[in-house]
Design a protein around this ligand. Sequence first.
Ligand code: AGP
Length: 593
Amino acid sequence: MCGIVGYIGKKKAQPILLNCLGKLEYRGYDSCGIAISASGIEVHKDAVRVRVLGEALSVLDGTVGIGHTRWATHGEPSKVNAHPHCDCTGRIAVVHNGVINNFYKLREQLADEGHTLASQTDTEVIPHLIEKYYDGDFVKAVELAVREIEGSYTMIALMADESKIVAARKDSPLIIGIGDRENYIASDVPALLDYTSRVIYLEDGDIAVVSADNVDVKKDGSSVDREEHKILWSVEDAQKAGYEHFMLKEIHEQPKVIRDTLAEYISAAEPAADLTVGDGGLEDMLILACGTSYHASLVGKYIIEGLVKIPVRVELASEFNYSGQASTRSRAIVITQSGETYDALMSVKRLKEEGCQVIVITNVVGSTVSRIADQTVYTRAGPEISVAATKTFVAQLIALYWLALPYSRVDIRRLDDLVMELRQLPVKVQQVLDNEAIIADYARQLAKFENMFYMGKGINYPVALEGALKLKEISYIHAEGYAAGELKHGPFALLGSKTPVVAVVTQDNTYESVITTIKQVKARQSPLLALVGEEDETIIQLADSVITVPQIDPLFSPVVNSVVLQLLAYYVAKRRGCPIDFPRHLAKTVTVE
Ligand code: AGP
């Protein structure tokens, strides 16, 4: 999604803005631009990468500026549609993240009033509205302009000859970075890590007037206090550290992520959240999420139903928001690594309106979701830069195990064993990583295919879904994840020598049934790669290739199996020469519907 940045201070703004924009590339974008205030406003923008934009520029003089990476919603990616957008006088420039629902109406009104709008974007109405309301007071003009806008309007406005920039937040994140006689604005923490660890999170409806030595946050016209936070992520956390791609680095960080997340939970005096069952406590549970977080939620269903023994309903947040029967009798969990996904936020708002207690699992401290939930459980994965979620997924699984274990209704011996096994997970994941070369070899064989199925059953059914999602998003191979038992209800028609199947086999009550499906798949000539938890003669006989994953209790097998499938997707995509960290058309944080 769009990334926005701003700088005001004593240094030249241009290199700082370009560097900050570079750090937001991971959010996904198709064009970019900056506006610098020196003698007047100078705008440079195009449908190019940030590096290319920077290389085409000589260093500009101004010490105040704004910048933007655009992820097209209204109008194709092009120079004219790229941000910043200006008013008729060219003295006001705006960058914006969000969608203005009433922009057609505003556009027509402005045109009738004599404004000429050049782009197809919704954003361009904002600088013209500011121009319309400007009578010598820049801040007032921004306040009046945003009152006209319906929809989401997180934005920064810059005006020639003003020693301040004005930022407004609605429905997308915006952070002020506090420096020494200089201040920064950004959509996201990684943009600021090179400059400051002191931040203020703006809230919906806030308007921040930012000068070099002051930040004044207003709500409904009056100044309000917004707490300053210290960022714990380091610059190194958001760098590749010698890896070719962020995704590979993030896959390799997973043993540490599991350790850090577990350490955080173990050191807490209280369970992460109250899941007490019965006697006025929980009777059932609802979990909502999108994308990879939805797959973690599906694993969560098996974890909570297996341990806590209550029924769990899992829904896509985007569908839940349009469903007729929203409320749940007890409590809901919403999972979102970014804490900013539009559909996830909307589902939290709806649940709360209907009186439901909402626990969120998120990776980003201070994210919007954490400020509207009743309770937040943080994962400690550090910044995830690659668009494809890997370490945050595994961290979400750890959070779900940890939520469920204290309320487990299995017998004490089994519980002790499970806690021991959970603590073993970093070692088991490291063993998978040590097998990277073998997995990369299989990936090279799979890279030539254009269609693939992933299948799993029980707790590893969502793992098949996630494996297929990873593959399609970074390698552009069409892949579908299926419950093993469902393949025969349609997808079998697509099987054959050109459609490999990756089977996740678990040594639990699903084993025999999955073996049956594998035989049926092989009878239809599909090449078959199986993931199995131990040397297994039956599978070796049946499958074309076998990846042996470390032995672990089936409850935790989604963690090790997922890491194998992440590496498989990575090496397939690498073989196909894909832009692994920034897949086409995708955004890391999806802040629009
Ligand atoms: C995963 O690889 C994707 N990039 C995507 O599905 C992602 O998980 C989804 O957009 C949800 O994001 P969230 O966890 O930040 O809410």
